[in-house]
Design a binder for this molecule. Sequence first.
Ligand code: ZN
Length: 129
Amino acid sequence: MTEKELCRKAMDMLDRSYSPYSHFAVGAALECSDGTVFTGCNVENASYGPTICAERVAVFKAVSEGRRDFQRIVIAGRKDYCVPCGVCRQVLREFVSDDFEVICLNGAGEAKHFTFGELLPYSFDGSML
Ligand code: ZN
């Protein structure tokens, strides 16, 4: 899948976002090593705590389907470049290495590229236990 196609899948998920409280829609598209894509959108809740981000929806969908071989993720927002929150970075850390590609889109569909190592240096993972 081309990067443009993967970006389109993340942007398409913006319309699935359930964000009646923040009005901050996020879409994500997580690509596995064989090209399989798992998508996600943020899902809010009236009591706020159970709210989940688009990236974690995509990761949990993939893991629950037996996949952990992630190679890149696209995260789309409607305004500024949408970077993953700290919780999502920690969840991704469980399954990805420092060279995992993170592509953040703004509302115009423009991309900023990061390696995971840039977004979460000196991170905590299972090797430290
Ligand atoms: Zn998050």
